[in-house]
Write a protein that binds this ligand. Structure first.
Ligand code: KG4
Ligand code: ZN
Length: 343
């Protein structure tokens, strides 16, 4: 029997809705919020307001593009967290309203698990490669950096995570220091292609935890390098932008791969996936493929449209949860932090 899921994502600054039938994506509509660019970061209050304006047209368009009417939806999957509370509230409240009005069950989704399960989405015209269980997923987003052991769509164990900044934050904060627009990750990615990755050396952390990460030392080291150099030459950043970006990106990739290789060695798992906004990074994608070839991994890189926040991944995760009978009650409320979501 066909199961059709409507997914709703509103955890940060993208309002998105998607329709999935079994594992085939029928539509995936994303409204990005340009309002934050001039502030150099996401302003939570403005994000909630923009979600409020976007959510009805986005959901409506997703249903229309899919050619599915609301009464054909078996469940509404929505992001419960982690994320910005006001933003999550918009998606959650909207899902509740739809659920009550049309008597459709609701399924809550952990945003981070959604990023990982994006690897199981198929497109109408082609199946995409899916990892086998168990696999390791390097989850790299704006707020989280983790190595997750994925044993099934519902069983995931975080075996490593950052003790301070996330990889995406390292990109975004260093970009800000260089005067680049938000979000900095894609801009650095583009500039890095023209630069020499060995031009500058930045600090790499020694983190106690087996598979844990740290990026705050790198950020500080980047900041100090720039501060001293700019004191001597005010045009330093402008002259060396590409080299700075390439060297910074190289360091972030090295840090990420170091622990990922260790985790693969120690767990014996060689199906390796990457997910989250930073998995769009071309340098990281190349490095994972190259490392994979050397180490006999099967590597899984998400399609670019599934790297940053989208509702296809929420619908996919919702599908697996619905099939497992994981229905949410109407009194479910969103949670901002991951630690409040698990356990
Ligand atoms: O997963 P995501 O869309 O949102 C969160 O859940 O946080 O990730 C956003 C992060 C931002 O830090 C952004 O700079 C980063 O992903 N990002 C990139 C690239 N595209 C997005 N970082 C490096 N290279 C990219 N091409
Ligand atoms: Zn995300």
């Amino acid at each position: 029997m066909d199961i059709t899921i409507l997914g709703i994502e509103s955890s940060c600054d993208d309002t998105s809705a998607a329709v999935i039938r079994n594992r085939t994506l029928l539509s995936n509509v994303i409204a990005s919020q340009a309002v934050h660019v001039k502030y150099g970061g996401v302003i939570p209050e403005l994000a909630s307001r923009a979600h409020q304006q976007n959510i009805i047209p986005v959901v409506d368009t997703a249903l229309k593009e899919a050619g599915v009417s609301i009464d054909k939806i078996d469940a509404i999957a929505f992001t419960r967290g982690p994320g910005l509370l006001g933003s999550l509230l918009v998606g959650t409240s909207f899902a509740k309203g739809l659920s009550i009005a049309h008597n459709i069950p609701m399924v809550e989704v952990n945003h981070l698990q959604g990023h990982i399960l994006a690897h199981f989405v198929d497109l109408p015209d082609r199946e995409l490669p899916h990892p086998d269980f168990p696999f390791l997923c390097l989850l790299v987003s704006g707020g989280h950096t983790q190595i997750v052991k994925v044993s099934s769509p519902l069983e995931m164990e975080i075996i490593g995570s950052t003790i301070d900044d996330a990889a995406g934050e390292a990109f975004d904060k260093c970009a800000k220091v260089m005067g680049l627009p938000y979000p900095g990750g894609p801009v650095i990615d583009r500039l890095a292609r023209e630069g020499d990755a060995k031009a500058f050396a930045f600090a790499k952390p020694h983190v106690e935890g087996r598979f844990d990460y740290s990026f705050s030392g790198l950020k500080t080291s980047f900041l100090y390098t720039l501060r001293d150099a700019v004191a001597a030459d005010p045009d330093f950043v402008e002259k060396h932008k590409a080299d700075l970006c390439a060297s910074l990106q190289r360091t972030i990739i090295d840090i990420l791969l170091d622990k990922l290789i260790k985790a693969s060695k120690e767990t014996g798992i060689r199906d390796i996936a990457v997910a989250g906004g930073v998995s769009a990074n071309s340098g990281l994608r190349n490095a994972i493929e190259q490392t994979g070839r050397r180490r006999g991994w099967r590597t899984f890189l998400p399609e670019l449209k599934f790297t940053t926040d989208n509702a296809a991944m929420i619908a996919m995760s919702g599908y697996f949860r619905y099939m497992a009978g994981e229905i949410s009650s109407l009194d479910v409320s969103p949670v901002a932090r991951l630690s409040d979501l698990v356990g």
